[in-house]
Ligand binder design. Sequence first.
Ligand code: TXA
Ligand code: MG
Length: 362
Amino acid sequence: MRYKETEIVQVNAIHPETALIEQAAALLRAGEVVVFPTETVYGLGADALQTGAVECIFAAKERPYSDPLIAHIADENDLETLVASVPAEARCLAQAFWPGPLTLILPASPRVPKLITAGLSTVAVRMPRHPVALALIRAVGSPVAAPSANRFMHVSPTTAQHALADLNGRVPLILDGGPCEVGVESTILDLCSEVPRILRPGGVSLEALRTVLPGVQPTVRRNVTGGDAQHDEEAQKAPGQLLIHYAPTVPSFLFEDSPDAMRSAMLREVKRRRERGEQVGVLVADEDVAAFQNSGAHIYTLGSAPEQVATRLFAGLRTLEESGVQVILCRSFEAQGLGLAVRDRLLKAAGGKVFSPNEQQR
Ligand code: TXA
Ligand code: MG
């Protein structure tokens, strides 16, 4: 559906104004879509139990029906609406991490519209901790299906302006609660496989999950060449986890090595491309900025600590993309804690194109 105008309203992120939440909830109850903030990224919500409303999500994002959605709840009791049976591990994990950036894959109840599960026998459920998201779900009185509020295949939005850039005229209302606290999407944990396995690293780290469920296994990903995700095992399990899923519209490359070697290789590549007359963007850490200052590259620093890098990552990709560069070169970060999710998103942005300075391109 096209809207003459997308209204964007500021909402208090800690104590959301009741009238604004009611305005958004009324739209959702009426079967429309609304963009709202969560602690991870902005979501494009619809009433999860209204098939027609869920259809509007796919239309607004231009997302294929083969990619299932996460149903968001505000109360653990809402699990009964969506899930056929709740395993004991799910209770323990919910106790430890909900509300928060953890999505659980659970056996779906027959009540869940097929559009949400993409016809799978499982459903993805998460209880977000953002006060606006929680207030909205409660006011709707139904679970809220919500993918990230970007066009399909684009970078997830961490501000209301990012969501507006992708969905202007495609949604009636965006609730602007300021920048998202975590900045990368939720961790998706499959509790329906033989062993609990992370399908997408995210806001809750593998290390944290293992304190509650020691057997949790990391994401399976074979060594990738050239962004062809067709045979990626994980992509088949979670249809939306294609390697190119988070791609910016500009080609990107990930550099991996020691900080010094990475920096030198990136600088060489900037020089080579500048000599060809290209505009080059670099995503770096604070400690790299000085080295790139006179390189002629468009510089965006992600900070240093993994938490900071996570909050700046998607904004960095969008900013460089909008600056008109022909290529984005990204450095990598330690793949521990939240760093694992950061690496995953950088790898996806690069479509699997990794440069290790001491090797040829893999
Ligand atoms: O942080 C987040 O998770 C954000 C906020 C808005 O909550 N949502 C989000 O949704 O990232 P989305 O649709 O962009 O990504 C969810 C992914 C899909 O790509 C899909 O692959 C996976 O979750 N998924 C959903 N249902 C699934 C299922 N039943 N089995 C396996 N994977 C599933
Ligand atoms: Mg998404």
